[in-house]
Design a protein around this ligand. Structure first.
Ligand SMILES: [Fe+2]
Ligand SMILES: [Fe+2]
Length: 244
């Protein structure tokens, strides 16, 4: 049955689970809370700690107990051992929708567009494709991720939209991180399609020591939901719960 377009959806969001292969049961309480309090869960990357398929299997076992839909993006850690396809396979088997430049639609009402994203810096300090080929490749990856997000958003015509990514689209949610590494934690290039197409909110992870909230240029709320940050703010509740 289609949900009333005006009714609120309780969205749980968290990133940076960094699941290891010896952590059976680590997310039991979280899954229980999400089942009790939310209509849907989004996961913002670094689902595994070292990008190993065994870690993906353990996480899949934990998430199999979820009774709400879940959409996710991968993070840099999930690529570490080049087993990301197998990790996606394990998670897909238990119903996790992995997004990489595409979208998931919740009950015809809420569209979730997702992409991993990349680094490159912010505002007028954004790295430009100039000089060495390696610099151009780095910038190209950020541009590519931004284009994928644009494509995902352009196909969404749901009454409400949210965006999930691993890297940060604004510098505000990186406050608290070592200033020298901030250009590697995200890029303004990721905010451009969000501002163009609009969204209720953006969720990202990656910045374990960052700040919880910021805004894009057009005023769209951005939430850093990295689990270490969520845990610091509310140890008994390791995710953000937002009504959209
Ligand atoms: Fe992380
Ligand atoms: Fe990360």
């Amino acid at each position: 049955m289609a949900r009333d377009a005006n009714s609120k959806i309780r969205l749980a969001a968290v990133g940076d689970l960094h699941c290891r292969d010896d952590q059976h049961g680590r997310f039991r309480q979280l899954v229980k809370q999400v089942n009790a309090e939310a209509d849907m869960l989004v996961l913002c990357g670094d689902l595994t700690d070292r990008g190993m398929v065994e870690e993906g299997k353990v996480l899949a076992e934990e998430l199999a107990a979820l009774r709400v839909p879940v959409a996710a993006v991968l993070g840099n850690h999930d690529y570490e051992h080049n087993q990301w396809k197998e990790i996606c396979g394990e998670l897909s088997r238990v119903g996790v929708h992995i997004l990489d430049g595409d979208h998931f639609i919740f009950e015809k009402t809420l569209g979730v567009a997702g992409v991993k994203g990349f680094g490159g810096g912010f505002g007028n300090a954004t790295l430009q494709a100039f000089g060495e080929g390696q610099t151009k490749s780095f910038v190209q990856e950020a541009v590519h991720e931004s284009l994928k997000l644009e494509a995902a958003l352009s196909h969404l015509d749901t009454p409400k939209k949210v965006v999930i990514m691993h890297y940060a689209p604004v510098p505000e949610t990186l406050e608290g991180e070592n200033i020298e590494i901030r250009p590697f934690l995200g890029t303004s290039r990721l905010a451009m399609p969000v501002d163009h197409y609009g969204a209720e909110a953006v969720f990202h992870g990656h910045a374990h020591h960052g700040s919880p909230a910021g805004k894009t240029k057009s005023g769209i709320p951005v939430y850093n939901v990295a689990m270490p940050l969520m845990t610091k703010m509310r140890p008994e509740h390791r995710f953000l719960l937002l009504e959209v």
